[in-house]
Design a protein around this ligand. Structure first.
Ligand SMILES: Nc1nc2c(ncn2[C@@H]2O[C@H](COP(=O)(O)OP(=O)(O)OP(=O)(O)O)[C@@H](O)[C@H]2O)c(=O)[nH]1
Ligand SMILES: [Mg+2]
Ligand SMILES: [Zn+2]
Length: 277
């Protein structure tokens, strides 16, 4: 018996990394009876002679889309153009990642498509997210990103065409993951990336995943959503349980008016609350 970690899954076949060795394993029937499916990222015990997964350790977190577990960082790959920046989608990803008990970070892409004015606006936006406690990177400074991701299990998420597969190829030019041109990938409504796998890039384990074009928050409560907005935390509104909506004496609404809170963040907060009601 050996302990290891599932780093790749294609249909019923799981590649388990144990030490420096890789084992092609099947899941045992008992998992099917228990309605438990091994996930990429799972810490497992295997029978390395008969190539079976015997036991799955409890997970510290698990994502459904992409289907991975025990993630240290979710890197939200966000393009500034082509597809255009959607702050609604970005904030939604941040909310759902926090509520899945994973640390969100952002990697902005396609800065090269911005003009000077747009770059300036982008810098301000980036600072805002840094100030609310979310680390931000760009694919124009890979050194910084690599240093931060070292020794971590990372999942890339983000809209289709954002540049997730390209980012992995940039981090390691031996990987040659298929990337698609944006017109093609959006036009056909298909995704280039199909299976789930942690790629090892030096000491970084990184999962590329199929992109999405929309995301649902319906499994969360309004209170859970409110609590993910860290800029609301120390508010001293008139009412202690203020929802920052129509109440008077709301400090958050004042801060939005004074532009201390990004208006898009506030608008997205309201739209997410509507979505779960
Ligand atoms: N100009 C520019 N193009 C980029 C950049 N990063 C990626 N691209 C292009 O964007 C297109 C989409 O990139 P992918 O890496 O396939 O995007 P993805 O996020 O993996 O997309 P899915 O697999 O569909 O989810 C490709 O044509 C890339 O060459 C960038 O920083 N600048
Ligand atoms: Mg891809
Ligand atoms: Zn309030």
């Amino acid at each position: 018996m050996l302990k290891g970690r599932i780093i790749k899954n294609i249909s019923n076949s799981y590649v388990v990394k144990a030490g420096d060795n890789y084992y092609d394993c099947k899941a045992r029937g008992k998992f099917r009876n228990l309605k438990e499916t091994p996930l990429v990222g799972d810490l497992v015990t295997i029978d390395e002679v008969n190539n079976y997964i015997l036991k799955i350790e409890p997970r510290k977190n698990a994502l459904n889309r992409p289907h991975v577990s025990n993630i240290d960082i979710a890197l939200i790959v966000t393009s500034l153009k082509k597809p255009d920046l959607s702050l609604n989608l970005l904030d939604k990803e941040i909310v759902s990642i926090i509520l899945e008990n994973i640390k969100p970070c952002i990697c902005f892409t396609k800065l090269d498509l911005l003009d000077k004015k747009e770059l300036k606006e982008f810098t301000k936006l980036r600072e805002y997210y840094e100030n609310i406690g979310i680390k931000t990177f760009t694919n124009a400074n890979l050194k910084e990103l690599k240093k931060f991701l070292m020794h971590k299990y990372v999942v890339l998420t983000g809209q289709t065409g954002a540049g997730k597969s390209s980012l992995i190829n940039m981090l390691d030019n031996t990987k040659n993951i298929q990337v698609d041109t944006i017109s093609e990938s959006l036009g056909r409504g298909k995704h280039t990336t199909r299976h789930t796998e942690f790629y090892q890039i030096k000491d970084i384990y990184i999962a590329d995943t199929p992109g999405f074009s929309s995301l649902l928050l319906d499994k969360y409560t309004d209170l859970e959503i409110k609590n993910t907005f860290s800029e609301f935390k120390d508010a001293t509104c008139k009412y202690r349980n203020c929802w920052h909506l129509k109440e008077d004496g709301c400090q958050i609404k004042e801060k939005v008016a004074k532009k201390e809170i990004l208006e898009s963040r506030y608008r997205n907060y309201i739209s997410f609350l509507k979505e779960v009601k």
